[in-house]
Design a protein around this ligand. Structure first.
Ligand SMILES: [Zn+2]
Length: 117
């Protein structure tokens, strides 16, 4: 949970930086071209589009981080060998039948997953 909060703060910081840059550059362009109207409306539109894009990116990053976290937890939970036939197994070779249930690819026995600390 702490990791997730940290990521959200980073993305918020990124948005704030991009937002500031858009406004500073936009206002500079409007100042030099003296094209305040409708220039200011275009700047507001660009700012809104940038916000929507960054929010979309933030959601994608969050989903990616969650998937990575789940993959890590799954890798930790699978024992090194099958308790039934003793074959070497890991999170990518076992047959997943659910989020918390896996079966040995060799003997098809259910594997008792280690609890995540
Ligand atoms: Zn087995």
């Amino acid at each position: 949970m702490a990791e997730k909060n940290e990521e959200e703060r980073e993305l918020t910081g990124l948005y704030a930086a991009v937002h500031s840059a858009i406004w500073l550059i936009g206002l500079a362009v409007l100042f030099y071209t003296s094209n305040w109207f409708p220039g200011i409306l275009i700047l507001v539109a660009i700012s809104g589009v940038a916000q929507a894009l960054l929010q979309m990116l933030a959601k994608q990053e969050e989903a990616k981080a969650q998937a990575a976290q789940q993959a890590r937890q799954a890798a930790l939970a699978v024992p090194a060998t099958c308790p039934t036939c003793g074959a070497a197994i890991n999170a990518s070779t076992v047959v997943w039948s659910g989020v918390a249930t896996a079966h040995c690819p060799y003997c098809k026995a259910a594997i008792a997953l280690k609890t995540n600390a």
